[in-house]
Design a protein around this ligand. Structure first.
Ligand code: ADP
Ligand code: TRP
Length: 320
């Protein structure tokens, strides 16, 4: 058995729709690969973060359950991972309020996500603006050391680190300073249109697509009409087949995008078949999935509430 690092890993994903291969290769797969490497691992469903966009209760409930099933289907092991719903641990939002009182507005005004939304003239809620502070609480309340995420979340982890430091400077050493863990090769997976794959751009390949969906989506991956090398197709294809195996195929079928897209679909389907089968099995037993989330929440709640006792003492709100 490999020796485990005496560190805590933590990460989360929002239940905002079907996870896509960008989420999988950029973040989710790392959760599974790292579950054996750390003394403790926390993975959660960021349902309160999702509320910024998720306004349909029925849809949100379905998305939460489906994301839990997806996580288990990709191999997250509840024996090794504390797996829970963010909303079950009210301490996250409590701590977010405390951090709010310490955070200067300009820190959040500099956040990319906020700046982009503002530049696009989008309507921004207080929840959108404050998003990085709830995320800081998610991480700091468990004293996480390592946070595996995609490239777009890097700034949020930096904000979490600064938030920990701000609290520690004022009240004494309380929170650990977390580090992001970003795999260079998969930090930004392109979508079928070549832009970053994202649910909000509607350019995704959902991870648990059917065979037919994969065939259709593969056909839609953009290639250049001048017949030049299909970078985007190749980058997506590399996720599913070794680069050395792939290069001769792309040489042999240079410019023949229809064939290359068919091979891509085949390779994605070969990769997904065992995951799909496992998902079907897990889906049959929803009560077991709910049980796992319940047990995870119990463990997380215990750690988070102990941490909050220390925080409240430091703040001076406990009278004895
Ligand atoms: P989306 O942009 O599709 O809404 P999320 O914001 O829910 O995705 O992201 C969940 C996780 O997946 C985060 O860690 C994020 O960094 C990662 N991620 C999302 N899209 C990509 C991508 N295209 N490439 C790499 N990682 C990604
Ligand atoms: N903001 C993350 C995303 O959009 C989700 C998230 C919420 C998260 N809290 C977190 C990720 C804490 C890592 C750690 O994907």
């Amino acid at each position: 058995m490999t020796k485990k690092m005496n560190k805590r890993m933590l990460s989360g994903i929002k239940p905002t729709g079907r996870p896509h291969i960008g989420n999988y290769f950029g973040a989710m797969r790392q959760f599974v690969e790292l579950q054996d490497s750390f003394e403790s691992v926390f993975v959660f469903i960021a349902d309160y973060h999702a509320l910024n966009t998720a306004k349909n209760p029925e849809e949100l409930t379905n998305n939460i359950l489906n994301l839990a099933i997806d996580y288990l289907a990709i191999g997250l092991d509840p024996q090794k991972v504390i797996f829970y719903q963010q909303s079950k641990i009210s301490e996250h939002t409590e701590l977010a309020w405390i951090f709010n009182t310490l955070t200067p507005m300009p820190v959040l005004e500099r956040a990319h996500v906020y700046k982009d939304a503002k530049a696009k003239g989008k309507e921004i809620s207080v929840g959108d603006f404050d998003y990085p502070i709830l995320m800081s609480s998610d991480i700091l309340i468990y004293d996480a050391d390592v946070v595996p995420v995609g490239r777009d979340q890097k700034q949020h982890i930096e904000i979490a680190r600064d938030t920990a430091q701000r609290f520690n400077n004022l009240y004494g050493d309380t929170f650990n300073l977390p580090e992001e863990y970003i795999l260079e090769s998969t930090q930004t997976i392109p979508g079928i249109d070549g832009k970053k794959m994202s649910k909000s751009y509607k350019n995704t390949i959902p991870l648990f697509s059917t065979e037919e969906e994969i065939e259709n989506l593969s056909k839609r991956v953009v290639t250049n009409s001048d017949g030049s090398f299909p970078e985007n197709l190749f980058t997506i294809h590399k996720l599913f087949k070794n680069e050395d195996e792939l290069k001769p195929i792309y040489e042999k079928y240079a410019g023949q995008f229809k064939i290359l897209k068919e091979i891509l679909a085949e390779d994605i389907n070969t990769f997904l078949t065992p995951l799909r089968n496992r998902r079907l099995e897990i889906e049959k037993n929803k009560s077991e999935v709910l049980d796992i989330l319940e047990k995870g929440a119990e463990v997380a709640k215990n750690i988070a509430s102990n941490k909050m006792v220390d925080v409240r003492k430091k703040l001076g709100v406990i009278i004895n």
